[in-house]
Design a protein around this ligand. Structure first.
Ligand SMILES: Cc1cc2nc3c(=O)[nH]c(=O)nc-3n(C[C@H](O)[C@H](O)[C@H](O)COP(=O)(O)OP(=O)(O)OC[C@H]3O[C@@H](n4cnc5c(N)ncnc54)[C@H](O)[C@@H]3O)c2cc1C
Length: 399
């Protein structure tokens, strides 16, 4: 496959998150000029785990990241769901080597900051000046010959095409799509990281584990070389919670939310830092079709924010970057290239967004017996992922 541009473009990207950096790395490889504008003054990522399945791995491979990813990530043997009281296994499926054999890239679980760091390097190795920090976009204007990005310091930047990779509260999306209409899902999610040496050695094998019960569940998985345990725990609540990944919440509330749950859950909560438990509101945004204007387009969370229940938010942002880099290599008129990208991506991303929303409360059942029944149905959903979710290569798919 070629990503070498038939006609090199001057590309402006808003946001140095996972989507923006992947796009920047690929577009630089394709021979385009790239400037990335990031509002943060320092590059970094919130402390949480992230999963990269093969569908996104193929894109990172092209940036030379297959081997480095192996060194920063952990590949689990499978997923287990366990009852919240008994700890009995109510559902399981394999990931491990199967995933790599079937889809050509390992299933990788890592610290978000480690993936982010690799992507920053992949961009800077090609152009040390490409990423501009402390650069907050406020909007853009476009004309038939180009696009102008406005920053809050009053500066303006001209280019051929603008990519809004500025996340779930994107200003570029607001300009293209209009005001945001988030609907609270009824769920707020706890998350935190625990150093492995604070936990008993035998607390959990090399398998992702979800404890499932009434009104809540807790997902546990290892990161890196099994040095950190990541927990994410969505809880049904009517409390007012902010949609922010960086808001800390009282450890006592976390403890109370899982009162009486299985001893493994208690051990994990007891080992968590009292002042480093985070809780954020999970909001639903229905898929929208118009991600582009004439010379601007949104990707990643700015285009199709999703609930985390298929673990695909970052993977979709990476896929977008792959398909968009191919579209922009064709050398067609800019609006045509953006249209081609949007058409290629809508159905797939909407399927993930809708699928993740359907899974949101599947784990929440009043009794372990009800859970077993729900899980038997859910097992098919999990298996089906192999057929359509992971079995997709953004760099070779027809578009
Ligand atoms: C706890 C948690 C766990 C998750 N786990 C997974 C997982 O396992 N697998 C998975 O695939 N996904 C996961 N996700 C989702 C995933 O993290 C997001 O979907 C992904 O980060 C989206 O990437 P992005 O580049 O589109 O946006 P972001 O990562 O949000 O990046 C946007 C960037 O734009 C910058 N920005 C914003 N506004 C402006 C502006 N006006 N000007 C300049 N810069 C701006 C921001 O500072 C940021 O750097 C998880 C999410 C959460 C909350």
């Amino acid at each position: 496959m070629t990503m070498q541009a038939a006609r090199p473009l001057d590309v402006l990207i808003v946001g140095a998150g996972i989507g923006g950096l992947t796009a920047a790395g690929l577009l630089l490889r394709g021979g385009h000029k790239v400037r990335v504008f990031e509002q943060s003054k320092v590059l970094g990522e919130v402390g949480a785990g992230i999963q990269v399945s093969a569908n996104a791995g193929h894109v990172l491979d092209l940036l030379g990241l297959r081997a480095p990813l192996r060194t920063i990530s952990f590949t689990p043997k499978g997923w287990l769901s366990r009852g919240y009281l008994s700890g009995d296994v109510v559902n399981e499926f394999a990931i491990g080597e199967d995933h790599e054999i079937r889809h050509g890239f390992p299933y990788c679980m890592m610290h978000r900051a480690d993936l982010h760091g690799l992507l920053v390097e992949a961009v800077r190795a090609q152009d040390r000046q490409a990423i501009r920090l402390g650069a907050t976009a406020t909007g853009y204007s476009e004309m038939p010959t180009g696009v102008t990005l406005n920053l809050d310091d009053g500066s303006v930047h001209h280019g051929d095409v603008l990519i809004g990779a500025d996340g779930v509260k994107s200003v570029i999306r607001r300009q293209i799509v209009g005001p945001d209409q988030p609907v609270y899902s009824g769920l707020a999610a706890w998350r935190g990281l625990i150093p492995a040496d604070r936990l008993p050695k035998d607390i959990m094998g090399p398998i992702n584990t979800t404890f499932v019960g009434p009104g809540r569940h807790m997902v546990l998985y290892w990161l890196g070389r099994q040095k950190l345990l990541n927990f994410v725990a969505p809880v049904e609540t009517d409390m007012e919670v902010r949609e922010s990944w960086t808001v800390r919440a009282p450890w006592d509330d976390l403890k109370a939310d899982f009162d009486g749950w299985h001893p493994v859950v208690q051990t994990v909560i007891d080992a968590a830092d009292r002042d480093a438990c985070y809780r954020w509101a999970l909001n639903i945004r229905k898929p929208v079709r118009n991600w582009r204007s004439e010379r601007a387009v949104v990707i990643g969370d700015a285009a199709h924010p999703t609930l985390p229940f298929l673990a695909q938010g970052a993977a979709l942002a990476i896929e977008d970057a792959g398909v968009l880099s191919r579209a922009l290599a064709t050398g067609d008129a800019v609006p045509d290239m953006l249209e081609r990208f949007q058409n290629a991506r809508f159905d797939r991303t909407a399927r993930v967004v809708d699928g993740a929303a359907r899974l949101a409360k599947m784990n929440h059942q009043a009794s372990e017996q009800a859970l077993r029944t729900a899980m038997r149905n859910g097992a098919d959903i999990a298996r089906e992922r192999d057929g359509w979710l992971y079995n997709y290569n953004p760099m070779t798919v027809d578009f």
